[in-house]
Unconditional design. Structure first.
Lengths: 424, 424
């Protein structure tokens, strides 16, 4: 077992039992302090953000013999690029420094520069994203969409159980939690017999996803096997792949979603390492028909992580509309990465690969309003007496993820996005 | 008229009448000299590459009052980011320095550091690409594909004449001319009644495209009008959007092409500015039905640029298989950019947006082997007695573009890619 994952560890920083950030988590993120500063690398324990640039500057990582300039960067790319041996050693060392009984940092004269209140800092996008890929890997989601738009008896397309279907998304418009987004405008064709119209999207939706951050680059022409894939995955975030259903419906044949997606996607700020998620591994569902050899894998590659979606109205009334789970993935991350690189496509540190909407088998476990309201036929009642078929201006969509296993509870924090009215 | 475009100008550098690079061109690119040097910014006249970092260092741009560090970068992003007023002034100044009668550079003691033989240098990728988008804007290409895969009476999909259809591609695997690519491997389903197989692609194809480089960034939420679009376009390259037809056919429904495209795309090294292309502007074909107001535009926005594709065998025997033209675009670049940003999607300097395969109305003007060989039913005889339905290992595909108008002939140089056998 990785020492940092030891469930009996406690930190000398106070951590409530419901916190996403016990000392067993130690995620990495980029924060800034004050409006004029640049971003730098931090971690989080309870409600405290740890400034790792100061920890490094004061020599607490000296024995690791690493280039500490990476902790002063405004993205995690440099840190991640040091490789998993190094980032793992840093996580282990942080675990050591902040566990009960260790006084190295606790007694430091610089304690107030190292340990900051979470309210003091602003979280930034954790990585500089080269390319963004979105998969479509939840069977229930693909089935639900197939039922609504095609035929319940033929809901899954013929390739779906052979290929971890994916497509390229827009990297430039990925924003960190807390960044509001304007409702997109675009072409829609509400009436089959009339020409398309242009205007604000009427069917704005979220998609509940998890996204992994590539941790090790490859050269063009190289492939990553399922066995090596975890070496190339640094960690995971919660991801909201915003979707404009009316724009999507009219534009997506034959080349896939484009303007229906690229107006914005939202990511949670803390990257939870694959190491920290080790205790939450579970088996995925059986894959039948048998997959091609390059997609075969050994061991448990799914993760038991609860995923919640809450809609908050402009007035602050909130309703949880989903509890899904990351374990409901037909195709796991190792298969996604092996597929993505099977043709020699190169990947780079900081690339984001998202899961696709994660829906569970039951109502109440669906990962989009499209499914929850079943195309608008089952509106969701809100506490203020209004109802939601899709997302309204002024609503905030909040997604959270957390797991409980083997004596550890940890989570991802949240990805929160407020929807502003369409511009001008 | 822009002074640099004056057809009566001649350079004191010798330029053959067939050269793509008369003094009226003045494209920008990144080159390196020797194996240990980094890239820097250059232009080209005839068979000479001009090292603009040395021109700048020696003070020849002093009156322009610009940050000359951009000429020492290994991408054009910094230079382009100075804005069109500046890059236009640099082009005008280069035109002045290298025209007949000007001796400022010609008599410089450092002439041999400034003017280099094209054979001395290696051309690199011209820009650091944030995001790459591929459109599908040639009507003949969309029609041909529709005829082959659907129905000649319904070849164009209902959205095609309303939307400049596009999709996101992979930025990481875009390579500069001269970079060989391995034949990709992937899933194919050659037989409808049998499961898919995995192996080297059998139907490897090129796509003849032009690509523009974004010259001015926008913020998330902003849109670019067709009237402002040219301000946001720095210049244009020739682009080969490599495609694996058998992988594409099996994977692309419903989310579009993915592994069939992202194993590599090839771009020509010299970015020809939109200013230099001004003399080649022509009207596009009439758009009927009338487009939505955000896609309306004024003036001529197509370009009369001949586009050639040559296949060279491993033994060096070559055959031109296409002469198409950039003017055969139903949707012009201004409409593409207005559409791309209509939903608030942000764009960044260095983004690449490609046209989609450009096919003309006649046989002999088709932009892909899929169309030229009509799905393999009309093989192309080669000078060595072999034939081509698609591209073979060892073949090089060469694309060139040039225009002749208003007393000026200029071109793009070439994008050349050799296909290596599939790895391992």
């Amino acid at each position: 077992m990785i020492n940092a994952n030891n469930p009996s560890l406690k930190s000398w920083i106070e951590v409530s039992s419901e916190s996403d950030f016990p000392i067993q988590n130690i995620p990495f993120g980029i924060f800034k302090l004050g409006t004029n500063s640049d971003g730098r690398v931090g971690t989080r324990i309870g409600d405290k953000v740890i400034d790792l640039s100061v920890v490094a500057e004061l020599g607490f990582f000296a024995e690791l013999n690493i280039d500490i300039s990476v902790f002063f960067d405004s993205s995690l790319n440099g840190f991640i690029g040091l490789g998993k041996d190094v980032t793992r050693a840093v996580r282990e060392r942080i675990s050591e420094l902040f566990q009960d009984g260790n006084s190295e940092v606790k007694n430091s004269d610089e304690l107030n520069r190292i340990v900051l209140d979470v309210d003091q800092v602003e979280m930034l996008l954790p990585v500089e994203i080269g390319d963004y890929t979105d998969f479509y890997s939840s069977e229930q989601h693909a089935y639900n969409v197939g039922c609504m738009f095609r035929d319940p008896n033929n809901a899954l397309l013929p390739n779906w159980k052979h290929i971890p279907v994916g497509y390229h998304g827009r990297a430039s418009s990925i924003v960190v939690s807390g960044t509001p987004l304007h409702r997109p405008k675009g072409q829609q064709k509400p009436n089959d017999d009339e020409p398309p119209v242009f205007g604000p999207c009427k069917l704005l939706d979220f998609e509940l996803e998890m996204a992994f951050i590539v941790g090790k680059s490859t050269e063009l022409g190289d492939s990553v096997t399922t066995a090596d894939a975890e070496d190339h995955i640094f960690g995971v975030c919660v991801f909201n792949d915003w979707s404009a259903r009316d724009i999507q419906k009219w534009e997506y044949v034959p080349l896939g979603p484009f303007l229906a997606k690229n107006f914005g996607s939202s990511v949670s700020p803390w990257v939870v390492t694959l190491d920290a998620l080790e205790p939450f591994k579970v088996a995925g569902s059986k894959q039948d028909p048998k997959v091609l050899p390059y997609l075969e894998f050994e061991g448990d590659k799914n993760y038991n992580i609860n995923l919640d979606v809450i809609i908050e109205t402009a007035e602050g009334q909130s309703k949880q509309v989903t509890r899904s789970n990351f374990k409901y993935m037909y195709w796991n991350m190792c298969q996604q990465l092996a597929h993505h690189t099977a043709n020699g496509c190169n990947i780079n540190v900081g690339d984001i690969m998202a899961s696709g909407t994660i829906s569970g088998p039951e109502e109440g476990e669906y990962g989009s309003m499209l499914e929850i309201s079943w195309r608008g036929t089952k509106p969701v009642p809100m506490p203020d007496g209004t109802e939601r078929k899709f997302i309204h201006d002024g609503d905030s969509v909040v997604m959270r993820g957390f797991g409980e296993a083997n004596g550890i509870r940890l989570g991802f924090g949240e990805v929160r996005t407020k929807v502003l009215p369409a511009k001008g």
